[in-house]
Design a binder for this molecule. Structure first.
Ligand code: ADP
Ligand code: PMV
Ligand code: MG
Length: 432
């Protein structure tokens, strides 16, 4: 346990989930509502102090392994722990950005935007949050079980583990007092609410560095977990009556960048404002319809079967609107064709342009009429895999960011070389 303003010296292992957007991607940037849920796939960060003044970053997922002397970094940005940080610059000053880019892209370092953005996001948060007069260096490693740059919110879960680690390490927030059992995770004290709000705000700043113009839905889900309805400027609420959904995720492995796709939709909205506005309004109506469906389910007025049938129709409608926004891709259409041959409905998820698609699996117990038989799913997965795609079945709606202090044998190298099953075996999370 630490008190505010005091650095936390122990090593930290932190994890935060990715997300699946069920409805509303892109439109959410334009203040329409999105519906999203956390995934079982997560990013993991290990942080420890060093005895010298070196900052050592290892981000194996983007092939980054870099060291800087603290004395070579620009001066920290003024920030006092515990103060209202809403005044803090939301956008990184341009001269600072250029300075950091010149440090990141040394002669020996080939320019790569994935690495560059990851390192830039880290350095920006570090300079904002480092304690004045700090002289000790850090080892930091981040590794994810999420595919990076594929629409499942790896950037937001990366941003959330970075912001949590730096906020805790430099004493701006406290390590959660105790292990909270997963079922009680949503019952937060005011103190925990404040802590999470700080994590979420700083993660948004890192997302801004990576994305340019994020809505904030991804970092909210990565921070808080669960299933959420989110509107930019208004915040989020839990989805009343959300029932566990069985989803199949398919990664087309076609690389794309959220920043580029969001900018593309922005250009279209500027060129065709009268056409794009009603498309965005239709997405709002889809998210509202989904919310009402779950609310009806909570009141016992809609069966799971009805929900799944309606959601399939809404998936189709939302995908077609995303196609009109210009963010589908032939590979995503191929996933839709293959799954529809097997009687299942698919939409793109996240920024699109490649990346992942989400397919709804009908799993209503005792109702043979609507169930998707396991054999059908297996056949669809076989066909998708044969087309070069990768499929994941994962849980949705689990907890948000958590801290583990219970792995004394860990170090940065352990995390860098850990397998997915070793990461998923860490159980003693203190959910924030
Ligand atoms: N595990 C990670 N290690 C380092 N950087 C990461 C990691 N995960 C995400 N990122 C950063 O986020 C970017 C991907 O973000 P984005 O294009 O929004 O796709 P996604 O849908 O996965 O969020 C990467 O290029 C990288 O800069
Ligand atoms: C397209 C968008 O709605 C979601 C992007 O998600 P991802 O980075 O593709 O996982 C952008 C945003 O909400 O910030
Ligand atoms: Mg992202």
């Amino acid at each position: 346990m630490v008190s505010l303003n005091q650095t936390f010296d122990g090593p930290l292992l932190i994890s935060a989930p990715g997300k699946v957007i069920l409805f509303g991607e892109h439109a959410v940037v334009y203040k329409k509502t999105a519906v999203a849920a956390s995934l079982g796939l997560r990013s993991y960060l290990y942080l420890e102090n060093r005895n010298d003044d070196i900052i050592h970053l290892e981000f194996p997922d983007v092939d980054l392994n870099r060291k800087w002397k603290m004395s070579d970094l620009p001066h920290p940005l003024p920030y006092k722990a515990g103060h209202d940080d809403s005044h803090h610059p939301m956008d990184m000053p341009e001269d600072l950005k250029q300075h950091l880019l010149s440090l990141i892209n040394g002669d020996d370092f080939e320019n790569d935007s994935a690495r560059e953005r990851a390192a830039l996001a880290f350095l920006y948060l570090y300079l904002c949050l480092v304690k004045p007069g700090e002289s000790r260096g850090l080892n930091i490693c981040v590794k994810s079980t999420l595919p990076v740059g594929a629409g499942l919110g790896s950037s937001a879960s990366f941003a959330v583990v970075l912001s949590s680690a730096l906020l805790i390490h430099f004493g701006h927030i406290m390590v959660p007092k105790q292990v909270v059992v997963e079922e009680k995770v949503q019952e937060r004290s005011n103190e925990r609410e404040e802590t999470l709000a700080a994590v979420n705000r700083w993660a948004y700043k890192a997302e801004q560095v990576i994305h340019g113009n994020p809505s904030g839905v991804d970092n909210a889900v990565a921070s808080y977990g669960g299933a959420k309805r989110y509107t930019k400027g208004e915040g989020f609420s839990s989805l009343q009556g959300f029932t566990s959904l069985r989803l199949l995720l398919t990664n087309t492995k076609v690389p794309r960048s959220t920043a580029v796709l969001v900018a593309g939709v922005g250009a279209k909205a500027k060129s065709f404002p009268l056409i794009m506005a009603p498309i965005m309004d239709s997405v709002q109506a889809i998210s509202d319809e989904c919310t009402h469906l779950f609310e009806k389910h909570a009141r016992g007025e809609a069966s799971k079967q009805e929900i799944l049938e309606r959601i399939e129709e809404l998936f189709d409608l939302n995908h077609c609107l995303l196609m009109a926004m210009g963010v589908s891709h032939p590979s995503l259409e191929q996933v839709r064709t293959i799954t529809s041959k097997h009687g299942m409905t698919t939409k793109l998820t996240g920024a699109g342009g490649g990346g992942c698609a989400v397919t709804i699996v009908r799993d209503v117990l005792n109702s043979k009429f609507v169930d998707t038989p396991q054999e059908t799913i297996d056949n669809a997965v076989k066909e998708l895999t044969a087309s070069g795609f990768e499929c994941y079945e994962t849980s949705v709606g689990g907890p948000g960011v958590g801290v583990s202090l219970l792995e004394p044998e860990w170090n940065a190298a352990t995390l860098c070389s850990a397998t997915r099953s070793e990461l998923e075996a860490v159980k003693e999370w203190r959910w924030m």
